[in-house]
Design a protein around this ligand. Structure first.
Ligand code: KG4
Ligand code: ZN
Length: 341
């Protein structure tokens, strides 16, 4: 089955074609991504109305480009998958409207995909994919969740952040250190030059049992340390390193606990922060020490993209699931309510 995937939930327009007859990593026949980062940079964050308008401009050209790269015409498609939520409603509506209309015109099924399920299943688009049951760590700009995955579509929330998401903490801390938007990757790059251990910040909520996170206090700790420092470039890098180590440590401690709680040794990591090199190394080490393994999508498939939506939608379409003719846009959507496959 050749499935077109469309992602427009936030500030990236992503399009891909996944072919289930090929499967694995090679099943991804083509993909294209347009990032709106430059558009939103001067505002220091995503402006929803500008995001929607830019998706309108970019989506159809990207679909044409992706199909051409895959050597396909629209008539070759067997289904269309789109991000139905969660996300910015105007941005979601662009992808949903185009996807639903295209499927209608082609007389193929369409399916609205949960954005976080897309992230969660992206590591399964590999040649040696992990099989459920496993624990998933979802770490993006909007989410930090530990999920017990009993099967595809069977998700049990083990714990999540009580305030800021890990990516949000990266972005806010980067901003107060004067780094341009989006700060996460910039802060990680700066931390490379930082001296480990010069600044040691709290590992929030690791001193008590439980799988909840709280990252909002960290940025304040960094701010206070910055204000009381010489404010040199080296200090900025040292602070970045101290912050990154605190987040990575905290995530690793809670992931180990979640694996204990779920009684398994396979950890799947997804979402933008999953691109963080130090986090990847640390979680690989932690899982290997337990005799298990940590699975990550390639860094480019950690952040938002169309491939994960094509893949997640394809798994459901192949199982015979699809939506009715309505255009679905669900800004807030609990993953535990998804249908099992
Ligand atoms: O999954 P994603 O692309 O979008 C959401 O659904 O939120 O995640 C974006 C988040 C941003 O907060 C970004 O700063 C963070 O992921 N991020 C990183 C890195 N790359 C992206 N954070 C830390 N280190 C990175 N290398
Ligand atoms: Zn995302």
């Amino acid at each position: 089955m050749k499935v077109l995937g469309i992602e427009t939930s936030c500030d990236e327009t992503g399009v891909a074609v996944y072919d289930t007859a090929i499967g694995g990593a090679a099943g991804l026949r083509a993909q294209a991504l347009y990032s709106q980062v430059a558009l939103h940079a001067e505002y220091g964050g995503v402006v929803p109305e500008l995001a929607s308008r830019d998706h309108v401009r970019k989506l159809l050209p990207l679909i044409r480009q992706t199909l051409a790269e895959a050597g396909l015409t629209p008539a070759d498609l067997d289904g269309v998958a789109y991000t139905a939520g969660p996300g910015l409603v105007g941005a979601l509506l662009v992808g949903a409207g185009v996807a639903r209309a295209l499927a209608w015109a082609l007389e193929v099924p369409a399916i609205g995909v949960h954005h976080m399920e897309g992230h969660l299943l992206a590591p399964l688009m590999a040649d040696d994919p992990p099989a459920p049951p496993f624990v998933a760590l979802l770490v993006s700009g909007g989410h930090t969740q530990l999920v017990a995955v009993e099967g595809i579509g069977r998700y049990r929330l083990l714990g999540e952040t009580l305030d800021d998401a890990a990516g949000e903490a990266f972005d806010k801390t980067a901003k107060l250190l004067g780094l341009p938007y989006p700060g996460g990757p910039q802060l990680a790059a700066l931390a490379e030059r930082g001296v480990p251990g010069r600044f040691r910040f709290a590992r929030p909520m690791t001193d008590r049992p439980g799988l909840e996170f709280s990252f909002s206090g960290l940025k304040t700790q960094v701010l206070l340390a910055w204000q009381g420092s010489d404010q040199s470039d080296q200090t900025r890098a040292d602070l970045a390193r101290g912050f990154e180590d605190a987040v990575v440590d905290t995530l690793a401690i809670k992931c180990a606990r979640a694996l204990d709680a779920a009684g398994c040794d396979t950890l799947v990591v997804a979402g933008g922060v999953g691109a963080n090199a130090r986090l990847r190394a640390r979680l690989r080490e932690m899982c290997a020490a337990r005799g298990g393994r940590a699975c990550f999508p390639p860094p480019a498939l950690c952040t938002d993209n169309g491939a994960m939506i094509a893949f997640a939608g394809a798994l459901r379409l192949v199982a015979g699931q699809h939506d009715d003719a309505a255009i679905r846009a669900v800004p807030r959507w609990d993953m535990a309510t998804l249908a099992p496959v």
